[in-house]
Structures are given as structure tokens and as C-alpha cells.
Design a protein around this ligand. Structure first.
Ligand SMILES: Nc1ncnc2c1ncn2[C@@H]1O[C@H](COP(=O)(O)OP(=O)(O)OP(=O)(O)O)[C@@H](O)[C@H]1O
Length: 309
């Protein structure tokens, strides 16, 4: 080949390569970020067990927010409840119905308190890092999602550093945070939820009769006043920046059976009621005398199934 042909061929090759690369590379546009309301409804209806209140709030909150082209503030959800009741699981369902790449999307960011903010002495550094991370990521894509796991293990005060981003500002330093989603996960408030569910159970009332109003006030109070909680006396709560406190109810035997059946299906094993029953029977339930709620929710089902199948 003469030099001109070689240059042309290399040029075309490079352009083609870049086009293919850009085509497959996730970008902050509707090709990669598109909310599927029907998908979320379906997932909540068929995959999430025993959480009628959470399911309803999340569907309404996320659908309303995503269909609003001009939200006044970012969506802030705070999910509370006992371990293994589906808080991480729901966050995953939300991500999967917004981002084509789901939790693997480069626009979904997960912070875990014990991993990212372990040392009390470095609170000041964490505060500025957190602000920079959020600002950088939202500058990159306004439809970003931030999940803060283990909020109850976060040093009180740290979360206040992101308050301005959650507030009703049009723009901060030229960046608009109004299309982002912030999800906080914690076990704080779990006891007050359990008490309510147990009271209903003792009165022989149906679990599905429990409404948000039965839980919401005691939940936000116990979270705000609990000095073990990352929300302890936080401005986020007294300035009403959390849009929804979402209670996750403790799971009962029948829900654990459903989790086991779903897990078998996910593994392409024929769901076997007998195996599911054996898995569920082997878990520990509380309170000790009544044995109503699974101590670990559905959390250990996945590993337990290996043993029974
Ligand atoms: N309500 C539920 N419906 C269906 N599956 C569930 C539910 N709760 C938990 N699971 C299953 O158990 C696994 C562990 O639950 P998950 O991590 O969501 O619990 P969590 O509430 O976030 O717990 P923790 O507070 O300990 O972080 C999930 O991946 C899911 O497979």
C-alpha cells in the first residue's frame, strides 16, 4: 500500500473503532437510562414478598418522580427494617428498571458505611470526599442514583454534609441535582416496625391491614432520636428532605418459603415445595415463644439451598 492508502485505511479503522466503542459504552442518555414503570410494578408484585407497604410507596414514588420532567428536588427514599427483608433487593429492582445495566451501571453508586467511612477520626475528610463524589457523578450524569447502605453504622453528622444536594435548589455551583435518586438503607427503626406488626399479629389481624400511617410517625421519630443511627438529629429529617420513610416488615415462615421457591426458579431448578418447607423450617424465628418472624429474613436462603438440593 502507498502511504496515502495506508493513512486512509488507518483513519477509517480508527473512526469505526471509536464508533463501535461508543455504541457499546454506557452513556447518560435514553438509550441506557429509560424508566420501565410496568417492569417495576411487575417486579414488585411478583418478586418482592411480604412488603405490601414498601411495594406501594416505592412504585408511586419512583414512577411519579421519573415521569416528572422537572422535579423540584431529587428523590430521597429511606428504607428501614429488619435484616434480610428486602431493602437491598428493592434498590436493585429500582436500578434494573431505570438503568439498562442495572446495578452494574456506572451511574449507580453504592456507599457502605463500614467500607467507605470506617474511621470516626476522618469524618472531616469523608465529608469533603462525599461531596466531591456526588458532585462529580451528578455533573457526569444528572440521572445518577446513590445508595447508602448501613446508614445506622454511619457516624452521625456525616450525612448532613450532603444536605444541600437533597434540598430544593435549582442549581448548586452550576450543577442540578434534581433528577438524581438517593436511597438510604438501615436497620434503624426495625424494632418499632416489629412491635407494630407483632401487635397486629397478636390481635389476629391481617398483616395486609397494616398501613403506612400505623408506622410512619414512630419510625421517623425512632430514627431521628436514635444516637446509634446515621440519621441522629440530622437536618435531613427535621428539614423534611426525606420524601418517604419506607418500612420493611419482618418476614414470616410463608415468605421464607416463597423466597426459597423463587431462588430455585432463578437457578433453573424445578421449584420443590417440600425443599422450600425444609429450608424454612430450619431457620430461627422470634419472639422465642411465638416463633413468628424469621431472624435473618430471607437472607441465608441462597446458601441454605445448596445444602438441601
Ligand atoms: N421481601 C423479600 N422478597 C423477596 N426476596 C427477598 C426479600 N427479602 C429478602 N429477600 C432475598 O434475600 C436476599 C437478601 O435480602 P436483602 O439484602 O435485600 O436484605 P436487607 O433488608 O437489605 O438486609 P440488611 O439490612 O441485612 O442489609 C435478597 O437478595 C433476596 O434474594
Amino acid at each position: 500500500f502507498d502511504p496515502i492508502t495506508t493513512t486512509v485505511v488507518v483513519g477509517i479503522g480508527a473512526t469505526l473503532g471509536r464508533t463501535i466503542y461508543n455504541y457499546f459504552r454506557e452513556s447518560c442518555d435514553s438509550k441506557w437510562i429509560a424508566f420501565n414503570a410496568t417492569g417495576l410494578r411487575n417486579d414488585l408484585d411478583t418478586k418482592l414478598f411480604g412488603q405490601h407497604i414498601a411495594s406501594r410507596i416505592i412504585l408511586k414514588a419512583v414512577s411519579g418522580f421519573m415521569s416528572n420532567e422537572n422535579p423540584k428536588k431529587p428523590l430521597v427514599l429511606s428504607l428501614h427494617g429488619w435484616t434480610g427483608t428486602g431493602k437491598n433487593f428493592v434498590s436493585k429492582l429500582i436500578a434494573e428498571n431505570i438503568y439498562k445495566e442495572g446495578m452494574d451501571s456506572s451511574f449507580v453508586h453504592v456507599f457502605t458505611s463500614t467500607l467507605h467511612f470506617p474511621h470516626q477520626s476522618q469524618k472531616a475528610t469523608y465529608k469533603s470526599q462525599l461531596q466531591q463524589w456526588i458532585k462529580g457523578n451528578v455533573t457526569n450524569c444528572e440521572r445518577s442514583m446513590f445508595i447508602f447502605d448501613e446508614m445506622d453504622k454511619m457516624h452521625p453528622g456525616l450525612i448532613d454534609s450532603i444536605k444541600p444536594y437533597l434540598d430544593y435548589y435549582d442549581k448548586l455551583d452550576g450543577v442540578s441535582y434534581r433528577k438524581s435518586i438517593f436511597i438510604f438503607l438501615s436497620n434503624a427503626g426495625g424494632e418499632s416496625i416489629i412491635q407494630t406488626v407483632l401487635d397486629f399479629w397478636k390481635q389476629g389481624r391481617d398483616r395486609e391491614e397494616i398501613e403506612l400511617k400505623d408506622l410512619e410517625t414512630s419510625l421517623s421519630l425512632s430514627v431521628f432520636n436514635n444516637n446509634q443511627s446515621g440519621f441522629y438529629r440530622t437536618n435531613l429529617i427535621d428539614k423534611n428532605l426525606v420524601d418517604f420513610f419506607v418500612p420493611f416488615l419482618p418476614l414470616e415462615y410463608r415468605h421464607v418459603v416463597q423466597c426459597a421457591m423463587a431462588e430455585m426458579k432463578a437457578r433453573d431448578i424445578k421449584p420443590d415445595q417440600d425443599v422450600a418447607d425444609r429450608v424454612a423450617r430450619d431457620l430461627v424465628y422470634f419472639p422465642k415463644s411465638e416463633r413468628v418472624f424469621s431472624v435473618k429474613g430471607c437472607k441465608t436462603i441462597e446458601s441454605k439451598l445448596d445444602y438441601y438440593t
